[in-house]
Structures are given as C-alpha cells and as structure tokens.
Design a protein around this ligand. Structure first.
Ligand code: ATP
Length: 259
C-alpha cells in the first residue's frame, strides 16, 4: 500500500520534477464560515508539472480549498505559491501571477459571445490573435460558435469556454472545480482528454472531481478530504487501487472492478 495517512510525513513521488521547489504549498490552512469549520489544518503541495486531484463527498471542503487558494474565500494558515505568501495578495493579483480558477458551474458570461468571454480571460494582458487561435484549435466547436451568446451553448460547450477563457489568462497553475459535472458521457470524455493534453504540455493543475475514477487515473497524486480533514494521500494509481477509496468513492468493490 503506497497511500499515506494525513499524519505521514513522506510525500509520494510523482512524474513531475520534485527537485524543484513546490509550485503551491499549503500548511495548516483553515477555512471557517461562522461555526462551520469547512477546511481543517490542510497541508497540500503541487509540484511543477503535476496534476493533483482533490476528491471527497459533497461538503467535504474541496471548493472551499480552491476558494482559499484563489483568494475568493478567507482562510488562515500558510499558502505559498511560487515562493511567495499568497495571504496578502488579492484574488485578481493571484490571477495575474498565473493562478487561474475554472469555477464550479463554469461561470461563463451568458449575455456575452464566445469571443467576448475569451477576451475576459485575457483582460490582464490583452491576448494575441494566436492565443485565441490556440483555444479555437483545441475546441473547434467554440470557433464555429465564436459569435454565439454563451448562455445558448450546451453545458459541455460552456465548460470548453470556461477552460478556454482560463487558458487565455496564461495559467501557470490551473485550478479546476468539477469540470465534468453535469455533462453527458461524450463531453466528460472530451474534458478529460483536454486535461490529459494540458498535463502533457507541462501545465500544473489542481483538480476537484466527483468523477474520482477519471481524476485519479489521470492524476500524479491525490488527496482525499472528509468533513474538512485530509484523510488520505498518495499517487493517483495507489488511491485508484485503494479498497477504502473503492468503497467510498468508486462505487464498486476491487474484486468486481478492473481499473
Ligand atoms: P461539493 O462537492 O458539494 O461542492 P465541497 O467538498 O466542495 O462540496 P464546500 O463547498 O467547500 O465542499 O463546503 C464545505 C462546507 O462548508 C459545507 O458544509 C458547506 O455547507 C459549507 N459552506 C461552503 N460555503 C459556505 C458559505 N459561503 N457559507 C456558509 N457555509 C458554507
């Protein structure tokens, strides 16, 4: 068993270059909403080039963790990104540093066209034509619909737009909150294919997914959150084959399932 509990001090080695300092490092991070302690003393790292996933049941604290990292939710504890402490940096300045969130529910501007939504992604540094073309090459459906209002796109197309908009913000670390949520199977496949391509291009990512199987299969490493506590961590493959993960998140026993 290569998974470790929260108390273990060793980090699993990933395919990414662990000789470099971590891109993102959380130490003792807490998120509270009044009496609700949504994230408790979370320690988490993302190394350069890694895809790290966060899995957990509804209400486990996953979105709150991304909110703390992106600066949209108040938190305590240390959040270091590219060697600087983020706690004093406003959310928009974090985007300017390449820390870019693809939010839960996509957050597209429904009354703006596809092209205008993409332009919003590049508002901090107006994008060159080739950057739009790279997004359109990745998602030809968006190119066909560049003049269409985003609110009239299908859910899958809106997700492509949300990812495309984030890419125009020139991310160094992409935070993704449930990108496959509510999508049809073919669209889920396309979104996971996109994540695989982005990973192959060297982009660092922190991914929240309810589709734990798909996320762990792709991830270098994963963390499991339960009621605000991080209870397990390990490589994606180790977690994928961990009977505790199967019982709780993959909906099948190891004996009956081949992953
Ligand atoms: P889901 O998968 O359902 O999105 P999650 O793991 O992302 O869940 P969070 O959204 O981070 O979980 O929520 C963690 C806890 O914090 C939950 O109990 C939730 O009700 C609570 N919570 C989240 N946002 C707020 C808020 N703005 N005000 C009060 N409580 C909140």
């Amino acid at each position: 068993m290569t998974t470790t509990t929260h108390s273990a001090t060793t980090q699993s080695k990933s395919q990414a270059d662990s000789t470099l300092p971590p891109m993102l490092s959380l130490q003792g991070v807490n998120v509270r909403y009044g009496n609700i302690h949504a994230v408790r003393d979370l320690t988490l790292t993302v190394n350069p080039g890694e895809l790290v996933c966060l899995i957990g049941a509804n209400g486990a604290g996953k979105s709150s963790t991304l909110g703390a990292i992106s600066g949209l939710v108040a938190s305590t504890g240390s959040i270091q990104y590219l060697g600087q402490n983020l706690q004093s940096l406003a959310a928009h300045d974090r985007v300017g540093q390449g820390l870019v969130l693809v939010p839960e529910g996509r957050g597209v501007f429904t009354r703006m066209t596809v092209q205008e939504n993409l332009a919003m992604g590049g508002y901090l540094h107006p994008s060159r034509e080739e950057e739009y073309e790279a997004v359109y090459a990745r998602f030809p459906r968006l190119k066909e619909r560049r003049g269409q209002l985003a609110g009239t796109l299908s859910g899958g197309e809106q997700q492509m737009l949300a990812i495309g908009r984030a890419l125009l913000a020139r991310p160094r670390l992409l935070l993704l909150d449930e990108p496959s949520m509510g999508l049809a199977p073919l669209m889920i496949e396309l979104i996971f294919q996109t994540l695989a391509e982005l990973k192959a291009s060297g982009l660092s990512m922190l991914l929240i997914e309810q589709n734990a199987r798909g996320a762990l299969a792709l991830a270098d490493r994963g963390y499991v959150l339960e009621h605000g506590d991080m209870t397990l961590t390990g490589t994606g493959q180790a977690l994928l084959h961990d009977p505790r993960i199967h019982a709780a998140y993959l909906g099948a026993s190891l004996e009956n399932d081949h992953v």
